[in-house]
Design a protein. Structure first.
Length: 78
């Protein structure tokens, strides 16, 4: 049986207590992101930079979408 071209299944996991989110492809952890730009860079380093991060059906955003980074607000005083 022929299989269609396989596409990566990327998961951006729910935020940890510090607001960071683990990025995986299958069972492999690609990196830890603290911002949307980190997800883009992690995918670039994994040679997956052709994926439209905010719009792709290949990315499963768990615990919130690409705009959800709790605990990492610009409003907080450092």
């Amino acid at each position: 049986m022929d299989h269609p071209t396989q596409h990566p299944h990327i998961v951006v996991h729910p935020p940890a207590l510090d607001g960071s989110r683990r990025v995986t492809e299958g069972d492999v952890t690609l990196g830890l992101a603290s911002h949307l730009d980190d997800v883009i860079e992690i995918l670039r380093l994994a040679d997956l930079d052709r994926i439209e991060v905010e719009e792709s059906d290949l990315i499963d955003w768990q615990g919130g979408g690409p705009e959800d980074w709790p605990g990492l607000s610009d409003d907080e005083d450092a």
